[in-house]
Design a protein around this ligand. Structure first.
Ligand code: DX5
Ligand code: ZN
Length: 226
């Protein structure tokens, strides 16, 4: 029921393939792939070529989080590179419904991402077309920031909307997720947890796959959620 999605933003890029394989072998479910363009957000990361390079390593879901503007031009490139889910920020698209349609035409699942100050009203006319809603609990652009508590209220409101719709939509949280807050975040309604620095800074040489302990610790916290 709960999915852990390590953000490879915090991985060691000099050996990215190994970092992807190890985190999945340690029990993670999804690879979260942060794409930043130094325009929509003040940072620059990885693109479709890197997605294509990691695709053969796993059958796990690759969850592409686009922090780019404009978004439409690059969507087919990520679909061809093997993305399973493609999410975008409504502020970065002129035509939100069209962008959702484009993602689906390309054979991917579609997600809409909400910055801390972005209102949920963007869901009003498109909720039933979405496969994933991503609530940002930090301002996008960097790993290692602190969780913004207001995101918990936003998760609760989003959970109500999803449940009322009867649609099958993942509710993902991204930013500042740690072992000590993941249970509270789950209680607020999230079912999919992005964690970058919390996972990739906690690798242990004594773990068989380097990240087993940290992922087990997160799962143990989630198991406490009624
Ligand atoms: C921020 C990214 C996040 C980030 C999360 O813009 O979307 O996915 O990597 O990193 P942590 O878990 O370190 O906050
Ligand atoms: Zn992200």
């Amino acid at each position: 029921m709960y999915r852990i999605a390590p953000s490879i933003l915090s991985a060691n890029f000099a050996r990215l393939g190994e970092e992807v394989t190890q985190v999945l072998d340690s029990g993670a479910d999804i690879i979260h792939f942060d794409v930043m363009d130094n325009h929509y957000v003040p940072n620059l990361t990885i693109g479709p070529l890197v997605c294509e390079a990691i695709r053969p390593l796993t059958k796990a879901i690759i969850d592409v989080h686009l922090m780019v503007e404009p978004v439409d031009r690059i969507i087919p490139d990520f679909a061809k590179a093997g993305a399973n889910i493609i999410s975008f920020h409504p502020e970065a698209s002129r035509h939100i419904d069209r962008t959702i349609g484009l993602i689906k035409e390309q054979g991917c699942k579609a997600g809409l991402v909400f910055n801390p100050a972005t209102p949920l009203s963007y869901l009003d006319h498109v909720l039933d077309k979405l496969d994933l809603i991503l609530i940002m609990s930090v301002n996008p652009g960097f790993g290692g920031q602190s969780f913004i508590p207001e995101a918990l209220n936003k998760l609760r409101s989003t959970r109500e909307r999803i449940d009322a719709s009867g649609c099958d939509i993942l509710l993902e949280i991204d930013g500042g997720v740690k072992v000590n807050n993941i249970a509270e975040i789950a209680r607020a309604g999230a079912d999919t947890f992005v964690a970058g620095s919390a996972i990739y800074s906690a690798g242990k040489d004594s773990d068989p796959h380097h990240y087993d302990s940290i992922i087990a610790a997160m799962r143990a916290e989630l198991a406490k959620v009624a």
